[in-house]
Design a protein around this ligand. Structure first.
Ligand code: GDP
Length: 414
């Protein structure tokens, strides 16, 4: 996710001249690059255009501050505007009044990950100590009910279903009544999806909604739908009032524009994002963290690239010696560092493309680490060590970017 966007933005920063301040002239090239980057990431033009105008306006209005380069200033402004674009703050699920159970209605087209996300959300809330129940109302596809039952079993949450012959709104109403009786904290209602928006689907959602009066109605959208994702949220929102969206499959090849555009296009906050197929791959959506991720992407491909760049300059040992603090280090120690990198490289080469782009997969799953260890002829502990080294490097990178953004903030913007 966001790979190309991050790279192109980096390119944009590189285009900022070393002039004293940002001017319409020296901003032209970087702004054009930022615009191109956003469009390529699947952010719709109707979002990109005003975004660029806001960035430009702020950049031109920004005062010159000693010690803050125009480049830092631009990074800070883009960071701020990305955070605003994505809604500013994390928006939590609504809290029901007067001891009623929290009722979450899940909506979305077929295949977007609605059922999986219902189970992920159930697991998320259960892990926070809640008593959660799932309700299956897709009376058109027996397989969908079965899928929810299986997922519910996996996350240890009961699933209420009435087969295929009861109207969805009745199933939902009964489910909520039962949940109340049993003192549940949360009921999550999975609904039928369609390949496309149609009147029956919308009417059914409205019926379920008025039967159970949900505390949250969340639309699940697939990041792979690209440009259309944000518009889809908007369309749904005009029929059944949504309280939020969940963007799924941000772990995959999706370019991520949906996450950037949903709020602006639909007015609907993204409350969670789906980052994988497993039931624990759901994250709260934090606009600021997402913006940091975009501005400071650093995955194992980058890790390897940096290493390759250094080794491509010749003997790694001699290069390392030139680094500050390394001059007193013996050749033997430096050779050890170089050998260590070779080990890292062999392990990274044994990873799948997805694992390199999303190393958290390896952090979470010992089975993946074991496979990589086998593939590279190393020990699982060595793979774990690589992930630990990488994770701490990534944290440093992200802190650096945030600091860069914050130091730009000293320019009378905040
Ligand atoms: P539904 O028809 O909307 O209920 O969709 P499903 O829940 O059946 O999901 C469709 C497919 O998307 C399944 O193969 C899921 O495993 C997959 N999926 C759902 N969420 C994610 C996600 O966040 N990341 C990835 N990579 N796959 C997901």
């Amino acid at each position: 996710m966001f790979d190309t966007l991050s790279q192109s933005l980096n390119k944009a920063w590189g285009m900022v001249q070393k002039d004293a301040r940002l001017t319409p002239e020296n901003m032209k090239a970087p702004l054009r690059e930022i615009r191109r980057a956003l469009l390529e990431a699947d952010v719709p033009l109707m979002v990109v255009r005003p975004f660029i105008a806001r960035v430009e306006g702020r950049a031109l209005g920004a005062a010159v501050t000693k010690g803050v380069s125009p480049q830092q200033q631009l990074v800070k402004i883009v960071y701020d505007e990305l955070v605003i674009l994505m809604g500013g703050k994390q928006v939590s699920l609504n809290v029901p009044e007067g001891g009623e159970p929290q009722v979450i209605l899940m909506a979305g087209l077929q295949g977007t990950g609605k059922t999986t996300t219902a189970a992920k959300l159930a697991a998320f809330l259960k892990n926070k100590g809640g008593r959660v129940m799932l309700v299956a109302t897709d009376v058109y596809r027996p397989a969908a009910i079965e899928q929810l039952v299986v997922l519910g079993g996996q996350v240890g949450v009961p699933v209420f279903e009435r087969g295929l012959n009861v109207p969805p709104a009745d199933i939902a109403r009964e489910g909520v009544a039962l949940a109340k009786e049993e003192g549940m904290d949360t009921v999550i209602i999975d609904t039928a999806g369609r390949l496309q928006i149609d009147a029956t689907l919308m009417q059914e959602l409205q019926e379920i909604s008025s039967a159970v009066r949900p505390t949250d109605t969340l639309l699940v959208v697939d990041a792979m739908t690209g440009q259309e994702a944000a518009g889809l949220v908007k369309t749904f929102n005009t029929t059944v009032p949504l309280t939020g969206a969940i963007v799924t499959k941000l772990d995959g090849d999706a370019r991520g524009g949906a996450a950037l555009a949903v709020k602006e296009v639909s007015g609907c906050p993204i409350k969670f994002v789906g980052m994988g197929e497993k039931t624990d791959a759901l994250e709260l959506f934090y606009p600021d963290r997402m913006a940091s991720r975009i501005l400071a992407k650093f995955d194992l491909n980058d890790f390897l690239k940096q290493y390759k760049m250094i080794s491509g300059m010749g003997n790694l040992t001699s290069v390392l010696k030139m680094l500050p603090g390394m001059s007193g280090v013996s050749d033997k120690q430096l050779q050890a560092v170089e050998a260590q990198y070779k080990v890292y490289e062999s392990m990274i080469q044994s990873m799948t493309r997805q694992e390199r782009a999303n190393p958290d997969l390896l952090a979470k799953m010992p089975s993946r680490r074991r496979r990589v260890a086998r593939g590279s002829g190393r020990e699982e502990a060595q793979v774990a060590e690589l992930i630990a080294v990488y994770t701490s490097m990534r944290a440093q990178m992200q802190t650096m970017t945030r600091m860069m953004a914050l130091s730009g903030g000293a320019s009378g913007l905040g």
